[in-house]
Design a protein around this ligand. Structure first.
Ligand code: HAM
Length: 437
């Protein structure tokens, strides 16, 4: 039986046109992150499993992490997320680094998930994190970076919503308002995290199973459901509304508004799966009715760096995946035509390869990306190849052209041909590229 040509389940092959699209998305991400002063870093895809056992959350470690033993008997994980890794890197140089650190990376991550729309087993995820700031301006800034990416992509505020909540607010609600113990809090948090994926009756049944009989009698489930319906901070019960965490959320919404971010709202159901979040948490939702899902998530996690045995560093960040970003761009018709990297396809007429070399080299030195057809095929076949590849220009080099130092350049999109020197052709191509970039 022939070997399968399919990639591994839930992972993608990137043919050049797919990779170009991904590169385009990465360029939007890089541009926005660097505009705000974030520096790119990277790290290995493998980490010791203990890193994730410490604080990521059960689901991701037990059910979703790819684990194996290396030849030396070490238990190794393929990173399911970047946050523990970047925290390790910061911890390793805790003393030397200049805070606040603004770092970003676009790693590929592996999670053993059931592949579905928006969820794969391998994805690339922009991570934007700021280390060393313990006030809300850090949250506001990373949210601004996320917003800038979407705006640079051509999105408008009606296309997405930034939803904010706070782990501290939820802790206050669970502990002071609902009087739950730590085991109950953990279970209810995970349940709320899943609430949009399950039926309302199942939610109530599962919540009731967590409450004690006396809590149940006191109407804890109804109290909880009532709270989870609250869409506005001002509509929360008074004791909660005046709490520190609620005021903090209000202040953040206000700061964002000042930064012209008008599509941020409070959403009490945003829990975030990871255990390490300690304060504000947020997600950005695609408002496309056909794809109304979370596409980016993050929050404050002040304790992770300290887990590596150093003085803790307050940190805020988010992850934004390429799969959800692509769905967003496609759903809102925001993808521009993405042209191949090659600017010019050289069509050789006759046996001119050797003589044409200096012209080709000159073009490359002038910054033009040039592919030479070296098949020896007939000219029309060579042109067909260029057209099929989507290359914008074909340049013809034959004996006569070399003698006259004038070459035919054909715009394969319009069919228009002109004759020019190599230098002139280089500048035409660069003008075109400048306009389309
Ligand atoms: P997360 O919510 O697990 O957070 O992932 C963040 C984003 O990565 C998601 O909103 C989605 O865009 C993308 N993503 C996650 N899993 C998949 C998947 N299986 N397939 C496709 N896309 C996916 C984190 O990973 C946190 N470590 C983010 C963070 C950084 N928090 C602070 N700093």
């Amino acid at each position: 039986m022939a070997l399968s040509t399919q990639p591994y389940k839930g992972a993608r092959d990137f043919y050049p046109e797919d990779k170009r699209l991904q590169k385009y998305m990465f360029s939007l991400m890089r541009k926005a992150a660097e505009q705000f002063g974030y520096e790119e870093y990277d790290a290995p895809i493998l980490e010791p499993i203990d890193m994730y056992l410490a604080k990521s959350g059960e689901e991701i470690v037990n059910d979703q992490t790819y684990l194996f033993q290396d030849r030396g008997g070490r238990n190794v994980a393929i990173r399911p997320e970047m946050t523990p890794t970047v925290s390790r890197m910061v911890a390793a140089r805790r003393q030397e680094l200049a805070y606040p650190l603004r770092w970003y990376s676009i790693p590929n991550l592996w999670r053993y998930e059931r592949p579905q729309r928006g969820r794969l087993r391998e994805h690339w995820q922009l991570n934007v994190d700021i280390f060393g700031v313990d006030n809300l301006l850090a949250e506001a800034e990373v949210i601004q970076v996320a917003d800038a990416i979407l705006k640079t992509a051509g999105a408008t505020h009606d296309m997405y919503t930034i939803r904010l909540n706070s782990r501290k607010l939820m802790d206050f609600i669970f502990t002071d308002y609902l009087q739950l113990d730590s085991v109950q809090i953990h279970m209810i948090s995970k349940l709320i995290d899943r609430m949009h994926k399950i039926e309302r009756e199942d939610f109530i049944a599962e919540a009731d199973a967590v409450f004690t009989p006396s809590q149940r009698d006191a109407g804890a489930s109804n109290k909880l459901i009532g709270l989870l319906r609250t869409k506005n901070l001002d509509h929360l019960p008074e004791a909660i509304r005046h709490s520190g965490p609620a005021m903090e959320l209000k202040e953040l919404l206000h700061t964002l508004k000042n930064a012209r971010i008008t599509n941020a709202t409070f959403d009490i159901t945003i829990m975030r799966g990871f255990d390490y979040y300690t304060g504000i948490v947020f997600e950005i939702f695609d408002e496309n009715p056909n794809n109304n899902r979370s596409m980016l998530g993050g929050g404050r996690y002040d304790g992770l760096v300290g887990l590596f045995g150093v003085e803790p560093v307050p940190t805020v960040g988010f992850g934004f995946g390429d799969v959800t970003f692509q769905n967003f761009l496609q759903g809102h018709d925001l993808l521009p035509p993405i042209r191949p990297e090659t600017d010019v396809y050289i069509v050789l007429i006759g046996s001119t390869y050797a003589k044409a070399q200096h012209v080709v080299e000159d073009m490359r030195e002038m910054g033009v990306r040039v592919a030479v057809d070296i098949t020896g095929a007939k000219a029309d076949k060579q042109i067909k190849t260029a057209v099929k590849k989507g290359i914008h220009y074909a340049m013809f080099i034959g004996e006569k052209e070399l003698e006259e130092e004038q070459y035919e350049i054909k715009n394969l999109m319009t069919g228009v041909s002109e004759r020019h020197s190599a230098a002139r052709i280089a500048s035409i191509v660069q003008d075109y590229r400048g306009d389309s970039d």
